[in-house]
Design a protein around this ligand. Sequence first.
Ligand SMILES: NC(=O)c1ccc[n+]([C@@H]2O[C@H](COP(=O)([O-])OP(=O)(O)OC[C@H]3O[C@@H](n4cnc5c(N)ncnc54)[C@H](OP(=O)(O)O)[C@@H]3O)[C@@H](O)[C@H]2O)c1
Length: 374
Amino acid sequence: MSAVLDVEATVGATSVATARRTEVAAEAAPTTTIAIVLLGTGVVGGALLKLLNTPAAAKVRLVGAANSRRQQTDATSLASRSLREQLNSQGAARDNAILLAALDASGAASKVIVDATASTSLASRHAEWLALGYHVVTANKALAGGELPSWRALQAALANGGRYGDSATVGAGLPVLSTLRRLRTCGDSLLTLEGVFSGSLSWLFNQYDGSRPFSALLREARKLGYTEPDPRSDLSGEDVARKLLIIARNAGFSLGTDEVDVQGLVPQSLRALGAEAFLARLEELDEPIAELHAEAKSRGCVLRFLARLNQRGRARVGLVEVPLTHSAARLYGTDNQFALTTTRYNTQPLVIQGPGAGPEVTAQALLGDVLALA
Ligand SMILES: NC(=O)c1ccc[n+]([C@@H]2O[C@H](COP(=O)([O-])OP(=O)(O)OC[C@H]3O[C@@H](n4cnc5c(N)ncnc54)[C@H](OP(=O)(O)O)[C@@H]3O)[C@@H](O)[C@H]2O)c1
């Protein structure tokens, strides 16, 4: 805009000013090279919709959006700032074929399906979509961190030239998978992996010092939005196990889900309850954790919920004690930490650390993977 005003003031000739204005407008005009369909307009999908309205996403055109019940392909509705709210009451019934047809009709060079859900049934379609020539960008871990045959089907589908943007599946976009791939491209290989892969479990054990019951901290974490509405999703360790599988598989370890030893924090007696009943009995978690904490403290250690992969491919997830000198003992807030020992980083691990949860950073990871397709 300031360029247009300068031209008008200096030259004073309307035709020149108009020509320059057109030129500036053309420079600023978005060139759509990427069309996307967004599946999931929850916390992460909602944050991505906001990012799509920024200049960084000028090359990206949203041609369809859906939640679990409704979808929209109408351009005016998709451009609305209240699209997310509208989808709660308006829009067509869910039909993936219509969303794919909107991608086909876009004429864009890259056609991308962005999965911002946790849906296993949508994840099971990723390989099929790749085989059909679409790219897939996902925050959904259910495929890459799921059953091994499905991971293998994904690798086979990728051989057809489709791209799978998975940055958001681990560490909410911290550069873990990209770093690992870069190292592998250079002939380096992962030897061991260790870290804190859950923002909520990181926060809980960074805070816990025995002065407040674990259940009180858990209620606070839930209130702050750090845990899932049913905190057993976090406490079970299953989400951490999925992230461990994703990293391990990307490093060349063909691990099955049954090859990760997961020691979750939910006792058998609380597993089958409804969410409300579980929340009413959180105090039952207190004593076992207080005992483990006291034992750890007596040895000068603290508790951390770690994921570990050793050189023989043995994968474990659970609560362990670590000395105060351990890097995981010095985490802050909801930080994640990934310590990679590789053939070349073998005296000290390569450590990637930072906020490992949050809608803005996760949505940014999705956008980054989408833009990388241009
Ligand atoms: N939140 C984070 O900080 C974070 C960080 C990293 C990764 N992730 C991952 O990102 C994904 C989304 O997380 P979130 O926190 O945004 O979850 P969320 O708020 O629960 O949103 C999930 C969205 O998915 C929609 N959905 C479910 N099944 C669908 C289907 N079959 N078709 C279309 N939409 C469907 C839901 O629709 P309804 O509204 O109709 O239920 C909802 O809009 C998850 O896989 C999560 O693990 C989240």
